[in-house]
Design a protein around this ligand. Structure first.
Ligand SMILES: Cc1cc2nc3c(=O)[nH]c(=O)nc-3n(C[C@H](O)[C@H](O)[C@H](O)COP(=O)(O)OP(=O)(O)OC[C@H]3O[C@@H](n4cnc5c(N)ncnc54)[C@H](O)[C@@H]3O)c2cc1C
Length: 320
């Protein structure tokens, strides 16, 4: 079985769920063998990583790694650990952070990197990966001593590894210098508290069929009742009805809620690729032949301006 090293994605010591997706995917490749994990910075994440299948955790310690995220420093650390441990496969989750760190490491090691895989065969030499925002599946093969891969975000459901023993912990001291702090997160502005579009359990989406910015008020009300967020199509952002941060799709956010309620959205491919990881989709549309309706798990054919208020009344009645 291949020796696997997984990059732990975390934000100042708080693990991102993407790491658990990568570990779950790695378990399929390791088939019971060991899985090592790299943690950049002095953070004790061993217990959580062990619960998802890590058997060894390398904690990389350096001042540059204890500041906020810096892709060059993380990439160099990963490259140095690969050189010292010689794994067969290095895996991250294909988030923007995961892919950026992997690209940094690949460039430093002078090896290829295959991003956004959905399936990997053998010892990481053959794979299927998503391209063009998910609208194309590509078969690739990789000829390298160490195979750098990322698993497409939301393509795997993370699963705990019951009965896993606590992982071993190894200290790792990378050789980093100040030139690696060229790109570092220096400050953050929280635009909005609460759930984000990409992590919301419920997304209530609105398209051109909503009719204008005021038409989103009932969608906001429904999202609030269900503990979710409002999303929208590009027709909506192009019209200036909602900010780009609400846009779902190829040039917007990829969502993966328990349910996506798509109102007045035709389901163009560029929208669909951002919505297709939703566990269930309810389409509300006047057009029974709209792509979103055809692909949805459930559909209501009719005017959203009548249907959404009816759903709100029903939810309120059930919530008492
Ligand atoms: C390079 C590129 C990137 C793109 N990226 C994205 C992206 O990231 N995200 C994205 O969304 N799009 C993207 N697009 C645009 C995409 O191709 C579509 O144009 C867009 O998604 C259409 O938005 P829509 O479904 O809201 O509008 P429309 O296609 O106009 O659909 C409106 C829908 O509303 C229904 N409707 C109308 N009135 C009502 C009513 N009263 N009640 C119920 N239903 C009603 C209609 O039947 C129709 O199905 C991109 C395009 C390109 C070329």
């Amino acid at each position: 079985m291949p020796e696997i090293l997984v990059l732990a994605e975390h934000d100042r010591g708080v693990l991102d769920g993407a790491t658990f997706e990568a570990l779950t995917f790695a378990r399929g490749l390791a088939d019971g063998d060991d899985i090592a994990v790299l943690v950049c910075g002095d953070h004790d994440l061993t217990e959580e990583l062990g619960a998802y299948g890590a058997t060894k955790v390398h904690v990389a310690s350096h001042d540059l790694l204890n500041d906020d995220f810096g892709p060059e420093a993380w990439g160099q650390t990963l490259a140095e650990l690969v050189e010292s441990e010689s794994p067969d496969i290095v895996l991250a989750c294909g988030t923007s952070k995961g892919n950026e760190v992997m690209a940094q490491a690949a460039a430093r090691l002078d090896v290829p990197f295959v991003a956004n895989c959905t399936e990997v065969e053998g010892d990481g030499e053959e794979m299927t990966r998503v391209q063009w925002g998910g609208s194309l599946l590509e078969r690739s093969s990789l000829d390298a001593d160490v195979r750098l891969l990322s698993v497409a975000h939301h393509s795997v459901e993370s699963e705990l590894n019951d009965g896993q023993a606590a992982p071993d912990v190894a200290q790792f001291d990378p050789d980093l210098d100040e030139s690696l702090s060229r790109t570092v997160v220096k400050g953050r502005e929280i635009a909005e508290a609460g759930v984000t579009l990409s992590t919301a359990p419920v997304v209530v989406g609105g398209g051109r069929g909503v009719g204008g910015p005021d038409g989103f008020a009932p969608l906001e009300e429904l999202a609030l009742l269900l503990g979710g967020r409002v999303g929208c199509s590009r027709a909506v952002t192009n019209n200036g009805w909602r900010p780009h941060s609400d846009q779902v799709g190829q040039t917007g956010t990829r969502i993966a809620p328990e349910i996506y309620i798509a109102n007045g959205i035709s389901g163009a491919i560029q929208h669909w690729v951002g919505a297709m990881a939703s566990k269930k989709i309810l389409a509300i549309n006047t057009d029974a032949d709209a792509n979103m309706v055809v692909k949805a798990d459930y559909a209501v054919i009719g005017d959203l301006h009548q249907i959404i208020p009816a759903i709100i009344d029903e939810v309120k009645a059930r919530q008492g």
